[in-house]
Design a protein around this ligand. Structure first.
Ligand SMILES: [Fe+2]
Length: 243
């Protein structure tokens, strides 16, 4: 049977074709991700078994719940020195919630972006952010490239698909969560993730791994049609984050 290439069933069984994960919560004790060094090492091994070789981990910096700073995160990251499994490179950045603390860290040049000043950001999943365009503009002026984490999870955008296009026009890159291709976050999130992939609007792929249950569910993802479509699109920029 002939399948149109962009809509074929997936022949992938793991994430080795992507290789670099740029969204996860693997640093012990700093957010709602890994709870201990043992937990971190189990997650690192889990991601290695799924086919990743390079992990840019992104603990939350979120003023009201996880008021982290670069210093706090670097200190916790150092707890994993000598414990990262062979065959895995672990780098540190952060997932920044757009709040007052973010503004302070931006103004005092204390942010910890990825390569080429790419910065992973998020905001409330239930209410539309105010002043987003100004923040993106300001970051652009300062040389940062904004990557919006899991655009498919912001429920208020679901009825306004055009806003995703607006974000892209503003120069914002979009990062889909792997688990959004399963029913993990619900059917609505899955549908929007698939629609963004079909519209060739996704720039980055991340697992957003917090715990071992995520690792278990991630095993389903490479088998999905939309994972294959995204990987085969050639549009993913994950590899450009390699040192
Ligand atoms: Fe995250």
């Amino acid at each position: 049977m002939f399948f149109f290439k962009r809509n074929r069933p997936s022949s992938y069984t793991d994430f080795s074709k992507i290789g670099l994960d740029m969204h996860s919560h693997l640093i012990p004790g700093v957010d709602d991700g890994a709870t201990s060094i043992i937990d971190s090492v189990a997650l690192l091994n889990g991601l290695k078994e799924l086919g990743f070789h390079h992990l840019i981990t992104t603990p939350h910096t979120l003023q009201d719940i996880h008021p982290n700073t670069s210093e706090i995160l670097q200190k916790a990251h150092a707890l994993l020195d000598g414990k990262v499994p062979d065959g895995i490179a672990l780098e540190l950045s952060s997932e920044y919630y757009l709040d007052g603390q973010f503004q302070e860290q931006l103004e005092s040049d204390k942010l910890m972006p990825m390569k080429d000043k790419r910065i992973l950001v998020e905001f409330s999943q239930i209410s539309r952010p105010h002043g987003l365009e100004e923040v993106v503009f300001d970051l652009g002026i300062k040389g940062y490239q904004v990557i919006l984490a899991h655009p498919e999870r912001y429920l208020f955008f679901h009825k306004d698909f055009g806003y995703y296009q607006r974000l892209k026009q503003m120069g914002v890159d979009l990062q889909v969560n792997a688990l959004s291709l399963t029913k993990h976050y619900g059917e609505h999130v899955k549908k929007i993730a698939e629609k963004l992939i079909e519209a060739d609007m996704i720039d980055y792929f991340g697992t957003d791994t917090h715990h071992l249950r995520h690792i278990e569910t991630l095993k389903q993802v490479p088998h999905t049609k939309h994972f294959a479509r995204l990987v085969d699109s050639g549009l993913l920029k994950n590899e450009s984050l390699l040192p």
